[in-house]
Every structure is written in structure tokens, then in C-alpha cells.
Design a protein around this ligand. Structure first.
Ligand code: SF4
Length: 273
């Protein structure tokens, strides 16, 4: 990257989401770019398992992961956006809680940002468009796919974040990208967080507008015992079929694939890599 005219050295930064791909990329780049700065955009609404995983990763990297906090929290922005919960079409949370703190951190410095999109993925990152920031994709350049990432994490002993048993994506506990089975997982593993997420949902009695995380049903509807049983039954059926198709795959892979069958919505790229 050309830094002529700025007189400043190029910074190399790598954002961790608390997920497997960015963790593997950090390990992959550790010795290749020793001056790398690692950061984590902490919305303040992350799972405890994410913080625990980042702490373990720091030990493997031998460097701290800088925590970036937004200037104002989710509730402030929710108010500014008229009470409209973020959704796939109105993803203001990523911009305000993740992208802006990152851009503030980098400032006007010429910067290379390392993105953990894998070679076997066909998608774009939700990244900054500031002219001083250039994105690079080492996994794509080196042909590194999902199996390589899993092997890398296994071989070094870091493994996967513990929430992967019931959720495949990092990010806020109330993230609207969660699939039904993951909401059930949140209720079973963190009932207090499920209740907090539920408190954000509202129905406007006058016009009937529903402010819910998921378009199709509210969390109050989803948590009814018969609905939970139905979601779990479907998930179990999908798991059984997936195990039959690929008996050697690990539980995480099978779990993740069955969720993708349920809903293949692209997750938030800055939060879920
Ligand atoms: S994890 Fe989900 S809720 Fe949190 S900032 Fe990203 S898209 Fe928004």
C-alpha cells in the first residue's frame, strides 16, 4: 500500500469477532506480520464465551487484543433510530457499534485490514470504504477453506469457542441473524440474556406494528414450550439426517450445516467472521 504523501508507516490490523475464522487468521498471520495489531469491536452485548475465547487466543498470539468500544451504546442508537430494531435491511447496529469504532481506531493512518473470508466462501465483507483502508484476504490468496481452519484450530490446541455447541455465529446475544434453534440455545444456555432480548420487543397497540428480532415470530411466541419442542424436534431430525450423510463430520459442522438448511441468510460480515 502506498503511503507516499502521508509520511506515515502502514498499519496492519486484524479484527477478531470471537469466531473461528478470524481466530484462525490471527494464528495464520502471527509470524507472517509480527507488527500486526489485533482488535475486537466490543458492543458490550457479547456472550461471556466470546470474551473467554479471546482471552485464550491472546495467550496463543502472545499479544493483547485491543478492545474497541462504541462511544454510545445500543440503547442510545435504538432511540435515535426510532425504536426500530436492527434487521437485515436496516443494519445500523453494525455501522454504529462495530464499523465506526474501527474507523475511529484507525483514524487517517494508511492501513491494511486483514479479513477472514475463506477461499471456499463466495461473499463480500461488510467493510470500511475509507480511502486510507485497504482490505486483504489472506485465506483467499492461500486457498484456505473451512476444513483447513478447523484443522488449524485443532492442531494448535485452541479449538472452537464453547458457544459453537449451540450457536454457530459470534456477535451480540440478541443478534437478529440467529436462527430459531440458536434462539432456543440462547434460552437454554443464557436464560437471563434471552429475557433481556425479549424486553426489546414491542407491539404498537395503535398501528399493530411489531418490533421483533425475527420477522416471523416474537421471542414470546418462540419460547412457548410446544414451539420450543417443535424447533428442537426439527433440529434433531436435521442432525440425524446430516449424521447419516456425513458420519465422520464433527458435531459443530453438522450443527452448522443443519442450521444453514433452515436459513442460509448471510451473517453480518464484520461481526461473524
Ligand atoms: S452481531 Fe448482530 S446485532 Fe450485533 S452488531 Fe452485528 S449484526 Fe448487529
Amino acid at each position: 500500500m502506498d503511503n507516499a504523501g502521508t509520511g506515515k508507516p502502514v498499519r496492519h490490523v486484524l479484527g477478531l469477532s470471537g469466531g473461528k475464522d478470524s481466530a484462525a487468521l490471527a494464528l495464520f498471520m502471527r509470524d507472517r506480520v509480527p507488527q500486526m495489531e489485533y482488535f475486537f469491536c466490543d458492543t458490550g452485548y457479547e456472550l461471556a464465551e466470546t470474551y473467554e475465547y479471546l482471552e485464550r487466543l491472546e495467550a496463543f498470539l502472545g499479544k493483547p487484543v485491543v478492545r474497541l468500544n462504541p462511544e454510545r451504546d445500543f440503547d442510545h442508537w435504538l432511540n435515535i433510530y426510532g425504536g426500530y430494531l436492527p434487521s437485515q435491511r436496516m443494519r445500523w447496529c453494525t455501522r454504529m457499534l462495530k464499523l465506526k469504532p474501527f474507523e475511529h481506531y484507525v483514524g487517517e493512518d494508511p492501513t491494511m485490514t486483514y479479513i477472514a473470508i475463506r477461499a471456499d466462501e463466495d461473499r463480500e465483507g461488510y467493510i470500511s470504504t475509507k480511502p486510507n483502508i485497504t482490505a486483504v484476504y489472506p485465506f483467499k490468496e492461500h486457498g484456505i477453506g473451512k476444513q483447513d481452519v478447523l484443522r488449524m484450530l485443532d492442531d494448535c490446541g485452541l479449538g472452537l469457542p464453547s458457544y459453537y455447541r449451540w450457536r454457530t455465529r459470534s456477535g451480540c446475544y440478541f443478534c437478529f441473524f440467529q436462527r430459531k434453534a440458536e434462539w432456543v440455545g440462547l434460552k437454554e444456555n443464557h436464560p437471563e440474556l434471552f429475557d433481556l432480548a425479549k424486553r426489546y420487543e414491542k407491539v404498537d397497540e395503535e398501528n399493530g406494528i411489531r418490533y421483533t428480532w425475527s420477522q416471523s415470530e416474537s421471542l414470546s411466541e418462540l419460547e412457548r414450550p410446544e414451539r420450543v419442542a417443535e424447533i428442537k424436534r426439527k433440529q434433531e431430525d436435521a442432525l440425524r439426517n446430516a449424521r447419516r450423510r456425513a458420519p465422520s463430520e464433527k458435531l459443530f459442522q453438522i450443527f452448522s450445516e443443519t442450521l444453514n438448511e433452515e436459513d442460509d441468510t448471510e451473517p453480518c460480515m464484520i461481526c461473524n467472521l
